[in-house]
Design a protein around this ligand. Sequence first.
Ligand code: 5AD
Ligand code: SF4
Length: 455
Amino acid sequence: MQSNGYAYINTIGCQMNVYDSEKLAAILKALGFRHTTDMDQADIVVCNTCAIRHKAEEKAFSFLGRFAKAKRKKPRLLTVMAGCVAQQEGKKAFKRVPHLDLVLGTQAFSRFGQHIAALQSGRRQIVDTAPSDVIFDTMPDKADVSENQVSRFVTIMQGCDNFCTYCVVPYVRGRERSRSWESIVEEIRILADTGVREVTLLGQNVNSYGRREGGISFADLLEKVARVAGISRIRFATSHPKDLSCELIQAITDLDKVCSHLHLPVQSGSDRILKKMNRGYTREIYLSRINDLKNACPGIALSTDIIVGFPGETRTDFHDTMSLLTEVGFDAIFAFAYSDRSSAPASKFSDQVDEKEKMDRLNQLLALQDQVTEEKNKQVKGQVMQVLVEGVSAKQHADFVKTSDNMQQMTGRTASNKVVHFPSDTAAVGDLVDIQIMDAYLHSLWGQPLERQTS
Ligand code: 5AD
Ligand code: SF4
């Protein structure tokens, strides 16, 4: 195919955006664009955007804004705003970025190719934010899955019907809809054939997978994915606490390939705030689900999302969130200061919390979680953990000794998603290696491969 020049893609936001960008990249490749990491070389620049918090949105506008000068120098340069901010802003995006060529909403990705062709034949300022039930499920091309990619995301559903009062997702990603299990499994088969060993199944609420379409349940989907040869680990995100089923807990226990790790966003430890957030559960219900999980899968790793400074959050509410952290003992948290989004109902709530107070609470929460994480990491010292090898470590540990020419410091993750560094002269990317944990830190573990210990 004739070259169309170079494409540069900037991805902001969540794992779903990473996945969507891979698909956009494949469309550009099919149109004859070559990928570049040098934005000055680009003939098309795509920014795949995130609207979840104000800061992410600003990042998208400031990134795209930079290309005004480049476009004057190279008029054929195409600039594209894709994803959540594009969906939210529509043609208003041109007010802030007048040189933009295409505003491609979240449900218009399957029409990306045709819009590029229209731009190349002279059209300017295309906006496509039309809603669509069709899920963007083009299959990956084996040649696009680069070597050494041991882990990949696979989106299994789009949108959300939960309408938490702080969240833009139901407005920018649309109503919940699921891909067919056949297309998901086919995609994972292709990935496995190219050397991928771990897949993370993505959806806003994977527990309601197939609910609208009347298809198989999420637990059944896990079973089908577990049958794909070559896949050794399955992860998934996100589960909504109100929908966490016994069937799913059972699947985590029964299916060896499903990692014993659950990401279960709690958002707040205060019942008053959970109600205002429209989360559909209380602190007590959340804790009882955690209890069920710990009983069914002893040692399960748990992570969560938390928002501090939601409108009306008092210091007492905040302390309820702090105490929940220690009560559950999360392995990791993702914590955010509440960001007011004009399309979400909470923007109309009174008692907005002062920005400085939000940051103080966020810092207190993160400091407490650092202690919990370090403590949890120390508990695994001496244990033997299976690690999926991801590559060579970027930084060397003080105990690393190069005892042979082939000896390298490798890095990988445990099923509980902890990063482990270890020395090896045999481990290759994609291998599962048993490592004895020798030391534990806040962000990683250090260990020795088992055969080395015994030899
Ligand atoms: N402000 C701050 N954090 C938010 N999240 C979603 N909306 C907002 C908002 N308006 C967080 C939630 C969610 C995660 C993906 O982002 O914790 O689980
Ligand atoms: Fe947003 Fe709530 Fe849906 Fe998660 S469940 S995407 S927080 S509306």
